[in-house]
Each structure stands twice: as structure tokens, then as C-alpha cells.
Write a protein that binds this ligand. Sequence first.
Ligand SMILES: *Cc1c(COP(=O)(O)O)cnc(C)c1O
Length: 444
Amino acid sequence: MIVEGVLMAENIIKVTLDVDELPKTWYNILPDLPEPLPAALHPATKEPLRPEEWEALFPKGLVRQELSEETDIRIPDEVREALIRIGRPTPLYRAKRLEDALKTPARIYYKREDVSPAGSHKPNTAIAQAYFNYSEGIEHLTTETGAGQWGSALSAAASYFGMKCTVFMVRSSYDSKPYRKYVMKLFGADVIPSPSDTTEYGRCMLKKDPGCSGSLGIAISEAIEIAMKSERTKYSLGSVLNHVMLHQTVIGLETKKQLEKIGEKPDKLIACVGGGSNFAGFTFPFIRDKMKGKNDIRFIAVEPKSVPSLTGVAEGTSRYEYDFGDTAGMTPLLKMHTLGHDFIPETIHAGGLRYHGMAPTVSLLYDHGIIDAEAIGQEDTFTASRLFTRTEGIIPAPESSHAIASAISHALECKKTGDPGVIVFNLSGHGLLDLQNYANIFSL
Ligand SMILES: *Cc1c(COP(=O)(O)O)cnc(C)c1O
């Protein structure tokens, strides 16, 4: 039976939205923050970065969004059309079989960001960023990628708008994880293992250590160097910055409509955090309401125990202070929760969560106690992921498994207390290109 896009059979609740229900505006949290966001600083002068300086890296349209004081920003028709083509609005599912396996009175829902062609939430911002560059005559985008999720999302978006894309891929991933590299190449991108001899910084790194296996920080420095050298080339970043959080709010805006349709009021909203963008996109529209006293939701950001940029504050491993986004110190300084820009994370399987910093907006909310954070060990995330695979039938991304593990532990708490709480988490991506990680963990 289908009632207004809500499929309710005995054991399944799947809430869909029509294409014309795709949000027409993004939600910008900046004007609603409990205090103004500390300005980004110039890496050399340490003075607040002026808009013209931002524009050396990013197109005007995105710089305007980065600094905007408007809460609702119109989504251009071209961007909405491209979002619809990749499967938006995405469905919201009730995890009935997972609930049954846990024997919990809690109702668990998940938002499906795994259904995009790239397999994650990243196209939501890749498309918007490619569009604003394209509309200002930019012909070429550069970026970095670790395991390749962001690189493949941006390659697809650049190809959609007829632009060139150069992706610096961390050499260790380039060598060991070929599939997303093939995805990027199919979309026409130039994929260069980093450090490379195409940039001064790369050559300098290779001279010091010819066998250097690379890092995200080095790859960012290389991508920025290329973008700075040419007029019609700009740099693109897949998380952390305000405009990226903004583009991801389609996730939370849709989820709000979907929960309203079935009359559910969530108690807890859960998402994993690397740079913070899928968490921000999922929760910010609800945080807007909470700050107006319209709900009393707990917002939980879940990170790996080995990369505790939020939870590490308690132990002193992480600090809320100005830091660089890359290793070379070429990016603007951002006030954020950081493990230090020279932090080298363990090689955990959730590659997308191996970043030293946290989005400034998410950091500020955490500092004010508006959101909570949890850290989960790798083993628990894979156990959760296997249970989710066998109950819900979807192999989740190792990153998303952090959110699943947290949702499961909160559902088990409800079982202890008999509380029929409502838990909603964001399934940020699928794990079909991460099978090698699963094979290694489970000795498949
Ligand atoms: C990149 C990625 C993340 C982490 O990035 P955020 O900016 O924190 O969202 C999480 N899940 C998946 C599937 C990813 O690809």
C-alpha cells in the first residue's frame, strides 16, 4: 500500500519523497550559531582571510556561501536537476529486521545516502561545487582523495558540467585500492598518485623520501599548488568548509519531511564524522529547530577511537584551536577541534574518517554542548556492520558502520530501560568498493 509516498506493509516502512519535494533551499547555520564563527586566518599573515583571498582558491559563488549570513540559500535549478538525476530525494527506511534481531522496543530509522551512483553522500556537494565553478567560467578542478570517495564524486560532477578534473590520490591508496581510481578515470579525470613530480611540493617530498606513500595533507598541498597557478583552475574540498556543510543539508531537510510524514519525533540523531559534512547535513536542520525550543533531540557525532578529534578533548589529545587543513601549512587556518596537522592516523579501514580536523561549525556546536560525540573501536564497527548486512540487506561503508554501531548501542540501552525511543541514523554510504577491508577484517 502506498500512501503519499509512505510504503507501509507489515514489516516495512519506506518513506519516499516526490522529485518536487526535493528542497528548494539549503539551510545555512552560520547566522543561527550561538556565537559568530571565528574567522578563517591567512596562513602567512594570520590576519582574517578577506573574500578576495578566498577567491584565489574558490569561485565567488562558493565564497559568498562560505561567509553568508542568510539562513536559507536558493538551490539553483541546474543543481536540483543534477541531484534528481543521481537519485534524490533519497528514501528513509525503518530498520525493522535490525530491531527484531536486537529485540529492542526502540524504533530505528536510517536515511539512505548509499543510493547515489558514487555510493555516498559526497555527490551532494560535488555537484553544487562543480556547478558554481562552471557558472563562473572555471574549466578545471583540482582536489585530493584518500580512498577515493571524494575523488570519484567530484570526477563525476566535473564530467557532468563538461569540466576537467585532476585528482591527487594518496599513493598508498592509489596502489592498493584500484577500483575508485578506475571510477575516476572512467569519468575522464586525471588521477595522479601523490606525492608526484607534477608539483614543486610533490617533488620536494619525493626528494626527501622517494618511496613516500603520501597522506591526505600532502595531496591537498599538491592540489592547491596546481589551482593557484592557473586562472581557470580552482580547488575543491569535500568536507570541513561551511559551504560543504551547507550543500549537505538536503539530507536533513529531506529527513525532516519524511519523519513528519509518518508522524515520528526522533529522540536521537546519529551520524559518523570525518570532516563532519554528512553529520552536519543530516543534523543542522533539526538543530535549527532545537535552538528555537521546537525539539529536544540528542545529536551524536561518532568518530573512530583512533581519530578522536572531538572526544579527545577530554584526554587532551585533541584541542579546539586554530590549525591548518594540510601538512604543508598552505590552507587558511581554521578554528576547529584538531589532533594537529602533523597527526598521522593509524591505517584504519574507515579511510574517510582519517582526518585530523573537524568542521569549524561542528566544532563550535560541540564546544557549546549542543551536540554530543562518541568514539567507537574498529572491531565494534565491523560487528555492527555484519549484523546490519544480514538484517537490512545492505553492506554499509566502514565509515557509516560507526553510526550503525552507535545506533545499535542506543537501541540496546532502550531495551534495558524499556524505552521505545526513536533513533535515526545517516547511512552515509555503501561498502561495495570496500570489500577488501571486509575481507581483511573477517579473513574472507
Ligand atoms: C567521506 C565519507 C565520510 C566522512 O566524511 P564527512 O565529511 O565527515 O561526512 C563518511 N562516510 C562516507 C561513506 C564517506 O565517503
